[in-house]
Write a protein that binds this ligand. Structure first.
Ligand code: DX5
Ligand code: ZN
Length: 226
């Protein structure tokens, strides 16, 4: 059985208290911290850069000091220089959209050369085609179930079919690749996303929009266990 991971997106956290929010959501049971980087060019919104990642690095740890992975989702174009900057700023995983890189294979190599795990992100209207050619260099596949740029949007159902397809490709590769889904995930649909083959779940507004983060994460885990 899959080891499920819940990755709260701090896009919906209180930006005036980010360190505290990261600590609180880890205390509430987060497995990864999902860090949405938007550049007002590839997507119509602007968030935070490598300096904020570096500042949060020391907050992303469990009470016993074990570091919690920072999962950087780059919605930027071009990709390469920022991917390297986030690796140096303490990211554990760095994912990017293939449309945003002129040379996808090279960008994957560059991220791994920095010691990070590398991920490819697929928008709702983007086919998985490129995956076939670079799957040996990918550690994470991220399926977007909303159009990137904003939190709080509704889940796009075609992402389920794409997740099933990605699961087949990953299993056929025999490689240890995580399958993450991002956008519109809530307690009431997380089970369907898992049934489609996902093992890692990004949730922003569903968690940070509620006063009790632990109650939401516990309810998500109960759905996954059921
Ligand atoms: C959207 C981001 C998501 C976003 C998800 O561009 O990639 O990670 O934070 O937010 P919710 O869970 O609110 O859809
Ligand atoms: Zn994201």
């Amino acid at each position: 059985m899959a080891t499920y991971r819940i990755a709260p997106s701090i896009l919906s956290a209180d930006f005036a208290r980010l360190g505290e929010e990261v600590r609180n959501v880890i205390h509430a049971g987060a497995d990864w911290i999902h860090f949405d980087v938007m550049d007002n060019h590839y997507v119509p919104n602007l968030t935070f850069g490598p300096m904020v990642c570096q500042a949060l690095r020391k907050h992303a740890a469990r009470a016993d000091g074990t570091p919690v992975p920072i999962d950087v989702h780059l919605m930027v174009q071009p990709v390469d220089s920022l991917a390297q900057a986030f690796a140096k700023a303490g990211a554990d995983l760095v994912s990017f959209h293939p449309e945003a890189s002129a040379h996808v294979d090279r960008t994957l190599q560059l991220i791994r050369a920095e010691g990070c795990q590398a991920g490819l992100v697929f928008n709702p209207a983007t086919p998985l085609d490129v995956l076939e050619w670079v799957i040996d260099k990918v550690d994470l596949v991220l399926i977007m179930s909303v159009n990137p740029g904003f939190g709080g949007q509704s889940f796009i159902d075609s992402a389920l079919r794409k997740t099933e397809q990605a699961r087949k490709l990953i299993d056929a590769s025999g490689r240890d690749i995580r399958l993450e889904v991002d956008g519109g995930i809530k307690v009431d649909n997380i089970r369907r996303v898992a049934d489609a083959g996902a093992d890692t779940f990004v949730a922003g507004s569903a968690i940070f929009g509620q006063p009790n983060y632990k109650a939401v994460i516990d309810a998500m885990r109960a759905q996954l266990a059921g």
